[in-house]
Ligand binder design. Structure first.
Ligand SMILES: [Zn+2]
Length: 268
């Protein structure tokens, strides 16, 4: 039998193999990596088009992505998952890898009215627990304000999050540091955590956070949320002047089941 120190050394060696740190340059990817990103996006294009047509982008899996790529491209994409969160400037918490295999409710009948014209939103997915509470919350809002909020973005799998990240690199001059300020890396988004399900809200006239952050923050619907949402287990994730220095996102709320259960029990 091996001695304890020997076994410890062996364990540390194995750990160092499994914790291989990404070697991707954070400030700007070199030309060959940029070319690789573009080639991967092109390779994935038919899959993405198919998923969009099937309206199942939100549950895209790593298997679906990786099966279409060669070993070098797979290794390259893996490095985005192995980035050191501190060095990459990630301020959000680790939420775990979202593989899409959770109990989700599909919302495919959401309609907004923009300048008198009805417009259907693309289907969204929400974890069942969060959906039930969201529905109760909207019934209460409708009673108070005669208005409700729609889900512009709900559940997003980690593979979808990774796809979005490499897609948006071009908008930030292929800087991982800059892209990470606006797009979560796989595992770091509340949108992929069914127990902490994030919902991005949009009002019935189409005012959302993505395009109209200031307009969203002055809506009566937003004011109502700040007063009533915690009763339904929903909380504002990134308030103004957050301790972590994360930008204010008045439209992004997350669900906490234990808080909701407590409230429901207290009401009984
Ligand atoms: Zn969000």
């Amino acid at each position: 039998m091996r001695s304890v120190p020997q076994r410890l050394l062996c364990f540390i060696f194995l750990l160092s193999l499994s914790c291989k740190e990404s070697s991707l340059p954070l400030k700007r990817l070199p030309e060959n990596d940029i070319n690789r990103v573009q080639a991967i996006l092109q390779e994935l294009d038919p899959l993405i088009k198919q998923k969009e047509q099937d309206k199942t982008m939100a549950t895209l899996s790593f298997e679906e992505v990786y099966v279409r790529l060669d070993a070098k491209d797979r290794e390259f994409l893996h490095q985005f998952q192995d980035l050191d969160p501190v060095k990459a400037g990630i301020k959000t918490q680790w939420h775990g890898i979202a593989d899409g295999n959770v109990d989700l409710v599909q919302l495919d009948d959401q309609t907004i009215t923009k300048s008198g014209k009805a417009e259907k939103l693309s289907p969204q997915f929400v974890s069942r627990k969060a959906f039930e509470s969201y529905s109760r919350m909207m019934r209460a809002m409708k009673k108070d304000l005669g208005k409700s909020l729609l889900v512009e973005s709900g559940y997003r799998s980690s593979a979808y999050q990774l796809y979005l990240f490499i897609l948006y690199l071009k908008n930030h001059d292929y800087s991982i540091l800059e892209t990470a300020k606006w797009n979560a890396l796989p595992g770091y988004s509340e949108h992929g955590d069914p127990n902490h399900q994030a919902l991005d809200f949009m009002n019935e006239e189409g005012i959302n956070g993505e395009d109209h952050p200031d307009d969203f923050a002055v809506l009566p619907e937003y004011k109502w949320l700040t007063e009533h949402a915690p009763k339904f287990g929903f909380f504002l994730s990134y308030p103004k002047n957050s301790e972590e220095g994360i930008a204010y996102e008045p439209w992004h709320w997350h669900y906490e089941e234990n808080q909701d259960v407590k409230k429901q029990e207290a009401e009984k």
